[in-house]
Design a protein around this ligand. Structure first.
Ligand code: SDX
Length: 394
């Protein structure tokens, strides 16, 4: 071993990089994108404006925002061969498997994107393509899984309205864009847009540090996000709430299971590596869930179960001791459900929201010319030994 290696499994106390993009204070429950508090952005900004802020480091002027939004709109169409790739997937393929494959396939449609020596303009074009095409691909994944006709994007709609149109419209009838749902989706995507060095963003930076393309690095990030301990938790929360409902709604039984060390069950949507206080995003989403459901006149029994679960956990010694609070995934599914997004698409929605963060972090890593990530280890295997012919083996 060269030198003295310290192990920090899970990187709980290891800083992997310096970044000017997002600031978290886990004790105080603070989250800021480029210095702007998440509470203000969620209430006053739009997802595309926040994407610009994260990626380019400043709030855009009207002209900059219009151009960024127009560029994205102009690139929402995907190559017709993308439709053929869908035919190769089994019908039960999870949308995240399809999304990560198709995002990586962009390196095939735009082979120049894998060059490590891209100009600023070429990187900006790859950013626009990715921001634009992920929404079409995500919506097509859903329509393909449902056996519905795919909808082409419309250039007369803004980002969130266009996504909802591609997700929910049918050629047989006029699709009415509901501004309340567009506003709820904007807020949800803003709240997911970046979160410093979380598992999937660290994955994007590590893969990108090998000079891998933006598309390939983001595809790796999508797979990390899919993990049920990370972004996949939003789907797990909904399935947990449905299981509690099916079991008669007794939240205390599930709190006991979550505390039982012999039971692998965890209260999904609770706990966080950094926040040892309320996740500020969970507070905003919880309030938005109430607003969206009452605006849409929806009385979702799962919301009541979630609120009871939260109340029970927040007064329980086990959770208080371990500073386990609801995180971003705890209430988001309630809103996705209310606006018609099916459970298996929840983590795709997380990826849609997190994309600007992944892009900003990948760009920052490249601009800072960071070295290839290559951690060391402490070896715990066999000492040196000689090869044994197969006849002598047992
Ligand atoms: C996201 O990093 C990010 O920023 C992620 C994210 C982002 O925006 O990118 O915020 C998005 O991933 C949110 C987290 C979504 N995941 C879940 O909701 C899954 C449930 N939560 C846990 O698995 C857990 O809390 C993690 C994964 C979120 C954090 O894990 P840590 O920091 O490694 O904590 P740990 O597993 O070591 O737990 C510490 C203690 C343990 O008990 P003891 O061994 O001390 O007795 O708390 C317990 C754990 O058993 N614990 C839980 C629990 N979470 C932690 N017990 C019951 N239910 C839970 N949810």
């Amino acid at each position: 071993q060269t030198g003295y290696i310290t192990i920090d499994s899970g990187y709980k106390n290891t800083g992997a990089t310096k970044s000017a993009i997002t600031f978290l204070d886990g004790e105080e429950g603070i989250l800021r994108y480029r210095g702007y508090p998440i509470e203000q952005l969620a209430e006053q900004s739009s997802f595309i404006e926040v994407a610009y802020l994260l990626i380019y480091g400043k709030l855009p002027t009207q002209a900059e925002l219009d151009d960024f939004s127009h560029q994205i709109t102009k690139h929402t169409l995907v190559h017709e061969d993308v439709r053929k790739i869908f035919d190769g997937f089994p019908s039960a393929a999870h949308p995240m498997a399809i999304l990560s494959s198709l995002i990586c396939s962009l390196t095939a449609f735009y082979p120049e994107s894998v060059s490590p020596d891209l100009s600023k303009e070429e990187i900006d074009l790859n950013v626009i393509r990715l921001m634009a095409k992920i929404s079409t691909i995500a919506a097509w994944t859903y329509k393909n899984n449902m056996g519905h006709p795919l909808n082409y994007p419309r250039n007369d709609l803004d980002y969130c309205a266009n996504f909802l149109y591609m997700m929910f419209s049918f050629p047989t009838e006029k699709y009415e864009i509901d501004p309340r749902i567009v506003s709820a989706l904007n807020k949800l995507l803003i709240l997911h847009a970046d979160h410093e060095q979380n598992c999937s963003t660290s994955t994007v930076r590590l893969v990108g540090s090998a000079n891998a393309s933006l598309y390939g690095s983001v595809s790796a990030g999508i797979n990390a996000l899919w993990g049920p301990l990370h972004g996949g938790a939003n789907q797990e929360v909904l399935e947990m709430l449905q299981a509690i409902q099916k079991d008669g709604g007794d939240t205390s039984k599930f709190i006991a299971k979550a505390k039982d060390k012999n039971d692998s069950f965890r209260l999904m949507g609770f706990g966080h590596r950094v926040y040892k206080n309320f996740d500020p995003r969970a507070k905003i989403i919880k309030k938005a869930a109430d607003e969206v459901l009452s605006a849409l006149g929806i009385n979702d029994p799962l919301l009541k179960i979630a609120q009871e679960l939260e109340q029970a956990a927040l007064t329980d010694e086990y959770f208080i001791e371990r500073k386990l609070y609801p995180n971003v995934d705890f209430y988001s599914g309630i809103i996705y459900r209310a606006i018609g997004i099916p459970t298996e698409m929840f983590t795709v929605m997380f990826a849609l929201g997190r994309l600007p963060g992944w892009i900003a972090q990948w760009k920052e890593m490249r601009e800072n010319k960071e070295p290839i990530g290559r951690p060391r280890q402490v070896y715990t295997g066999e000492l040196e030994r000689d090869y044994v012919g197969i006849e002598q083996r047992s």
